[in-house]
Design a protein around this ligand. Sequence first.
Ligand SMILES: Nc1nc2c(ncn2[C@@H]2O[C@H](COP(=O)(O)OP(=O)(O)OP(=O)(O)O)[C@@H](O)[C@H]2O)c(=O)[nH]1
Ligand SMILES: [Mg+2]
Length: 178
Amino acid sequence: MGILFTRKWRLFYHQGHKVIILGLDNAGKTTVLYQFSMNEVVHASPTIGSNVEEIVINHTCFLMWDIGGQESLRSSWNTYYTNTEFVIVVVDGTDRERISVTRELYKMLAHEDLRKAGLLIFASKQDVKECMTVAEISQFLKLTSIKDHQWHIQACYALTGEGLCQGLEWMMSRFKIR
Ligand SMILES: Nc1nc2c(ncn2[C@@H]2O[C@H](COP(=O)(O)OP(=O)(O)OP(=O)(O)O)[C@@H](O)[C@H]2O)c(=O)[nH]1
Ligand SMILES: [Mg+2]
């Protein structure tokens, strides 16, 4: 009976470490998600709502939510926060004009549901000449002032997947030291 209950419960309750992918519109979030799940570039149109994929790495299952970044959608991001273990923020390295808007987004880390969440920042579009470096983005976002969350910033080129594995490795390493 107990086993039956467990099995049935698993059908309803999806096991997996919940990850949400946030960032401004056009940052490259959906591109990152489908590189993770399919290892290929999906020509995505702007996300209205969200996409979700289950990604298994070394027997560890992640449930990754890619959430649309347009301004009108940002007020509903908090509806995704419950049980989140990691927040991935994708920053468009070419978007110097809006880096201050991205900095504002960090207020989300103060949300009760994200209190224990780790933070992985992908500095994306590193293939584009003149893009902001990891050091510049770290400085603009004042990452060293984040003391109450474990964080890591990783340069990436999402169109080829370069840098994404290193980001995932950091996430996996967080489980080992918990
Ligand atoms: N050059 C370059 N372009 C990229 C990279 N990653 C994504 N892009 C492009 O950036 C554009 C936006 O990518 P999306 O993944 O749709 O962006 P998004 O963050 O999901 O945007 P919203 O759904 O509107 O929030 C697309 O044209 C991608 O091909 C990258 O690393 N380098
Ligand atoms: Mg998208």
